[in-house]
Design a protein around this ligand. Structure first.
Ligand code: GDP
Length: 485
């Protein structure tokens, strides 16, 4: 077969329709302009409005980012313990992301969108390998929070926690009018706490009135592990701009992710070497993400669901008894279809079973199926660079496949489907899926990630937050969560 034909098919616009700028750090970040070559589909097109907003935001990051006079002033201000007296030219959002890599990526993407909507400079905390996994997204500046930032620990007990300040009525008097005159009496920053133990007061973040209050702070620090974007769509103040930025509402993470997250050269080496060795040759590439937890036993039931899902939905060929195998001559073999199956999992068992099935049995139409898995790390290791590199490479490799099977509820899978721009088939287990789920998997309603700990009600009326807007719906894998469709 002519392999080069397969490669020439994938020469899409390396700038993704203007999402990326030309000539930025080619040597320090190979993936930025090479990734389009590895994708069979060019993905969605960003709106003109998004493209021009990104260029303006890049200018803001340069004008106000670390190393500028504006940044030094802002650091002095936060150290003084008081908010800026008058409306400052540069405002900042510090993003703290934590937990697994999928969580961290979704949190950073959410923070970026919030920074875009509020014209704040985004600075990400470099801890949790945020500094070694991704290239710098903004030209000629850094998005990493410098070490001279005075606060590095945030929790429920942080006095500047926004929910706490609201609960204590700190803003009850003149600041509720949002008048800048009151701004100087406010603390030096507001800390938005959207962790699993957030209170109703913390969730006021998703209300219009509170966004007006927050706009008076020069510094906002946000700590979350979630994809809070569907919550931002509930804020009326943001709705017009969001509609212009994302006329296709199911492609928000798709664009933000492709703009922000470019694997650093080391990770890109893992991605491309694996791709050329195991995926490049295939006519069809199928990714299967098997999210298991270290303490879970091997599950024949889950294996059965994966097999049924891929075969009944036509992602992979059915197997037949070897006795029925059609005779394979050299000539009939030449036109045969080929599939590469990429499995990612902490365990090797599912991969071994599926690989064995396609070796020990023939496929009905003689199709060649080659199954591989890059690693099986067994446990989630925190703070181990080689582990994080593999996790990021595997998420990225999944995103280079043509069809995806993911595990419900997993942010690891969400990132892959979003970067790929494809709606996956989701393996739902009886426990977390919609009751009475009989099918082995179900096609996702959109390619967007699910916001797991979303506000249950809207701010003014006690109305179910999944029933307010037609494009913000409850998720199938996490029924109380919200997602854009
Ligand atoms: P989630 O917990 O499924 O939502 O995904 P996260 O990415 O947030 O956290 C799971 C973490 O476990 C990952 O970041 C990896 O560190 C590890 N992990 C889980 N599944 C895999 C896998 O298939 N491959 C690798 N290399 N690591 C995995």
């Amino acid at each position: 077969d002519d392999f080069s034909a397969l490669y020439t098919r994938t020469t899409h616009d390396k700038l993704h329709g203007g999402l990326l700028v030309e000539g930025f750090g080619q040597e320090s970040c190979h993936s930025r302009y090479e990734s389009a070559m590895y994708r069979r589909s060019p993905g969605r097109r960003p709106s003109e409005h998004l493209v021009s907003k990104l260029r303006r935001h890049e200018a803001l990051q340069r004008r106000c980012g670390p190393g500028t006079a504006a940044y030094s002033d802002a650091i002095e201000q936060i150290k003084s313990g008081k908010n800026a007296a008058s409306s400052p030219e540069c405002k900042y959002l510090v993003s703290i992301s934590y937990r697994g890599l999928g969580n961290r990526i979704l949190a950073a993407a959410s923070a970026f969108l919030y920074a875009l909507l509020t014209d704040r400079v985004l600075l990400v905390e470099p801890r949790n390998e945020m500094d070694v996994l991704f290239c710098e997204p903004f030209p000629n500046t850094t998005w990493l929070l410098p070490p001279d930032f005075p606060f590095w620990s945030f929790s429920m007990d942080t006095p500047e926690r926004y929910g706490k300040m609201r609960e204590d009525g700190v803003f009850r008097t003149d600041a509720t009018t949002g008048s800048p005159a009151a701004a100087a009496d406010m603390p030096a920053f507001a800390y938005i706490h959207l962790d699993y133990n957030q209170t109703d007061h913390d969730q006021l973040f998703f209300c219009d009135e509170d966004q007006r209050l927050l706009s008076n702070f020069q510094w906002v620090v946000m700590r979350t592990d979630s994809y809070i974007v569907p919550g931002l769509f509930l804020v009326e103040t943001f709705q017009r701009e969001l509609g212009l930025l994302f006329p296709e509402r199911d492609a928000v993470f798709h664009h933000l992710g492709r703009y922000l997250f470019h694997p650093t050269n080391h990770v890109w080496g893992l991605v491309t070497r694996y791709y050329h060795a195991h995926l490049a040759w295939a006519q069809r590439r199928v990714g299967i993400q098997v999210r298991v937890f270290p303490w879970e036993p091997e599950s024949p039931e889950l294996l059965d669901r994966i097999t049924k899902c891929t075969q009944e939905e036509g992602l992979l060929p059915r197997v037949v008894d070897t006795a029925e195998e059609p005779a394979a001559t050299a000539t009939t073999r030449r036109g045969v279809k080929s599939s590469a199956v990429l499995i990612t999992s902490l365990k090797a068992w599912y991969y071994e079973q599926i690989k064995g099935m396609y070796w020990e049995n023939a496929t009905a139409d003689g199709e060649v199926v080659v199954v591989s898995q890059p690693s099986h790390e067994e446990y989630q290791h925190y703070g181990v660079k080689s582990h994080e590199y593999k996790a990021w490479a595997e998420i990225y490799l999944l995103s280079l496949t043509d069809m995806l099977v993911t595990s419900g509820k997993s942010t690891f899978g969400y990132v892959a489907q979003g970067l790929a721009g494809i709606r996956p088939w989701v393996l739902l287990n009886q426990a977390n899926g919609t009751a009475g789920h009989k099918r082995p998997c179900s096609r996702d309603i959109s390619l967007e990630p699910c916001f797991h700990v979303a506000p249950l009600y809207n701010c003014k009326r006690r109305q179910d937050s999944g029933e307010i807007l037609p494009h913000v719906r409850h998720c199938e894998d996490v029924p109380t969560g919200l997602k854009l469709v």
